[in-house]
Every structure is written in C-alpha cells, then in structure tokens.
Design a protein around this ligand. Sequence first.
Ligand SMILES: Nc1ncnc2c1ncn2[C@@H]1O[C@H](COP(=O)(O)OP(=O)(O)OP(=O)(O)O)[C@@H](O)[C@H]1O
Ligand SMILES: [Mg+2]
Length: 138
Amino acid sequence: MAEQRRMRENGGLSQMLRDHLTEWSERTGIAVEVWALPEREVPPKVADNVYATVREALDNVERHSGARVVSIALTVGRSGLRLTVSDEGRGFEAGTTGRGLVAMRAYFAEIGGRLTVNPVPGAGTTVSGFVPAEELTR
Ligand SMILES: Nc1ncnc2c1ncn2[C@@H]1O[C@H](COP(=O)(O)OP(=O)(O)OP(=O)(O)O)[C@@H](O)[C@H]1O
Ligand SMILES: [Mg+2]
C-alpha cells in the first residue's frame, strides 16, 4: 500500500521508472536506452509488479552481465502491456535459476501475465514480460 501511494504521488509508473533509471545509471555507470515508456496509467498492483520486475532485471544486469548498455521498452497498447529489458552482456546458460528469476516470473504471474528470460551465452540476456489487456481493466 505504501508503495502504491508513493507511485501515485510520484507521477505514476513511467515517472517512477524514469527516476529509478536515472539514479541507477548514474550509480552503476551503465548506460540505459529507454525505447518506450507508457503515457497510460495501469492498475496499482500492475504498476508495483512491473516496477519490481524492472528493479530485479537491472540488479542482474549490474551484478552479473558485465554489459555497458541496457535497453528498456515498456508499452501499453491494445493487446496489453509489454516489457523488454535487454543487455548485451555475457548471458548465461539456460537452466540456471535463482531467487531473482523466480521472483520476476511470479510478479508477472500475479497480475495475470507471463515473463520469460532468454539468455544467450556470450551475447546477452533479454527479459520479456506480457500482460493481456483484459488484465489491465480489473
Ligand atoms: N542479465 C544477466 N546477465 C548475466 N547473467 C545473469 C543475468 N541475469 C541472471 N544471470 C545469472 O542467473 C543467475 C540467477 O539470477 P537470479 O536473479 O535468480 O539470482 P541472483 O541475482 O544470483 O541472486 P538474487 O536472489 O539476489 O537475485 C545469476 O546468478 C547469474 O548467474
Ligand atoms: Mg538477481
């Protein structure tokens, strides 16, 4: 609840993400390319879980990837919400798991969505999440 109030007071999900990305990029020295952030608001629970997912994805980029650049796209369109966080770091072997990867999938499952993590060893990692439009009107 506190997080949801903070979210509203701080201008919604896109503004919260912009603030976090700026702070994170300054601290880590990793450049962030923001391809898209939505104008439309989403339900508070969706906003919370998407925000938590981006934080974990960036935490992994910082701690494990060795990447110098990460790109992020979040769109809310007719079909639903789409999130992509993609780095060009070292990737990892399929089958690797951990609390963060499990948590990101759970954040999307909780809001009626799906999330996959696609690592390519030596090339990078892409986290992709989708929430169907009907889950955004509840
Ligand atoms: N973006 C990434 N680039 C390279 N390796 C990654 C990336 N994301 C995850 N990994 C690998 O997958 C493992 C599991 O990630 P996960 O987030 O589940 O755990 P963690 O970050 O090690 O610990 P935590 O529970 O604090 O998140 C990591 O230890 C790392 O080896
Ligand atoms: Mg992690």
